[in-house]
Design a protein around this ligand. Structure first.
Ligand SMILES: NC(=O)c1ccc[n+]([C@@H]2O[C@H](COP(=O)([O-])OP(=O)(O)OC[C@H]3O[C@@H](n4cnc5c(N)ncnc54)[C@H](O)[C@@H]3O)[C@@H](O)[C@H]2O)c1
Ligand SMILES: CC(C)[C@H](C(=O)O)[C@@H](O)C(=O)O
Ligand SMILES: [Mg+2]
Length: 347
């Protein structure tokens, strides 16, 4: 986050913009300093802001807390729900020059990867009824329910249509309609919605297990794919690794809310987590956070040109060989700060 803020401050200086931001504790920092993962003061700061640039939460230190109090469930999910951020846009981009960082064979992705995951973010099994009960026979039973309404599916489809129209007009909807009732509704809603509202799109459907395989086999057969919350969580991590590293995967979460500029209010965060295995060593890849900041400038501040400039600087830095360990693969690696320095130099 500190490197992303340095990049933002740098572009603000260059463009003579005033960037006004407040930092607020969330997740483990919220628990440690305020006794709650999402302190009321933090929520207030978010409500008064035009956008949220989110770090990552969670980690071994808080894993022993009751599940409902842990950072992920008690801060990130409530934030998504509070602002109805139902549309999670995760671009899966692997530069041609970086194909060696992908576990896929270069022959399969000679031009890199360029796909987009649209994940429904405020419904499904994440937010359905949850319960753990001890049964009469002493056995313990836990339950999570997956619930979707047609209207929830339609509103994420609107985002998917806009995204697909701005690209190759090709949309794949991913579900498990051979097993799940929610997926049967999902597929029917997709068919009806696209026929009525976007007949210009090339629409396909795929079961999620096959999609997981197809992503690894030939990712560029997709252009934009849209899916429910948990499938999107899992497929976006797979997408991240075939695109080189979770450290490169940014994301934007949007709802219907508008900010004081009349633009979409959004939460912008890397798709990855707190990377406990490398935390504190100064070697994490800052690109996902920096690219998330670029998405924030584009969607919530209407500063698309500056966002494109940041994206180009990240690409130039990585493709010219300056890389953190997660994407270095045998080349000399730089640390987090040096990576951001190089990006700033390219800006
Ligand atoms: N948005 C979020 O806040 C978010 C997202 C995912 C996971 N988490 C939380 O993070 C914690 C760790 O989860 P996990 O280990 O399953 O996932 P993770 O994403 O933190 O790490 C998975 C792997 O990817 C690597 N990685 C991730 N980001 C990287 C980066 N920027 N640079 C280099 N390598 C990077 C890690 O080193 C690790 O090997 C858990 O508490 C989890 O709940 C939070
Ligand atoms: C941390 C966790 C709650 C979160 C999710 O499952 O949505 C993360 O994995 C993500 O992909 O943003
Ligand atoms: Mg995830």
């Amino acid at each position: 986050m500190s490197e992303a803020l340095r990049v933002l401050e740098h572009v603000a200086r260059q463009e003579k913009l005033t960037l006004s931001y407040q930092q607020a504790d969330v997740g483990g920092a919220g628990i440690d300093r305020h006794g709650q993962a999402l302190p009321a003061s933090t929520l207030k700061v978010c409500e008064q802001s035009d956008a949220i640039l989110f770090g990552s939460v969670g980690g071994p230190k808080w894993e022993k807390l009751p599940p409902a109090q842990q950072p992920e469930r008690a801060s990130l999910l409530p934030l998504r729900k509070h602002f109805t951020l139902f549309a999670n846009i995760r671009p899966g981009l692997l530069y041609r020059e970086l194909t060696d960082a992908s576990p896929l064979k270069t022959e399969r992705i000679p031009d890199g990867i360029d796909i987009v995951c649209i994940r429904e973010l405020t419904g499904g099994i994440y937010f359905g009824k949850k319960e753990t009960t001890t049964l009469a026979d002493g056995d313990v039973q836990a339950m999570d329910t997956m619930v979707y309404r047609k209207s929830e599916i339609e509103r994420i489809l609107a985002t998917a249509v806009t995204t697909a129209r701005a690209r190759k007009k090709k949309l794949c909807s991913i579900d498990k309609a051979n097993v799940l009732e929610t997926s049967v509704l999902w597929r029917k809603t997709v068919i009806d919605y696209i026929a009525k509202n976007a007949p210009d799109l090339e629409l396909s459907h795929m079961y999620v297990d096959n999609a997981a395989m197809q992503l690894a086999r030939n990712p560029n057969q997709f252009d934009v794919f849209v899916t429910e919350n948990m499938f999107g969580d899992i497929l976006s991590d797979e997408m991240a690794v075939i695109c080189g590293s979770l450290g490169m995967l940014s994301s934007a979460s949007l709802g219907t809310g508008k900010n004081s500029l009349g633009l979409p209010f959004g939460l912008y965060e890397p798709a990855g987590g707190t990377a406990p295995d490398i935390a504190g060593k100064g070697i994490a890849n800052p690109c996902a956070q920096i690219l998330s900041a670029a998405l924030m400038l584009r969607y919530s501040f209407g500063l698309g040109e500056i966002a494109t400039r940041i994206e180009a600087a990240v690409k130039k830095t990585v493709t010219s060989g300056t890389r953190t360990g997660d994407i270095a693969f045998g080349r000399p690696a730089v640390g987090t700060k040096a990576m951001a320095d190089a990006i700033i130099a390219n800006l």
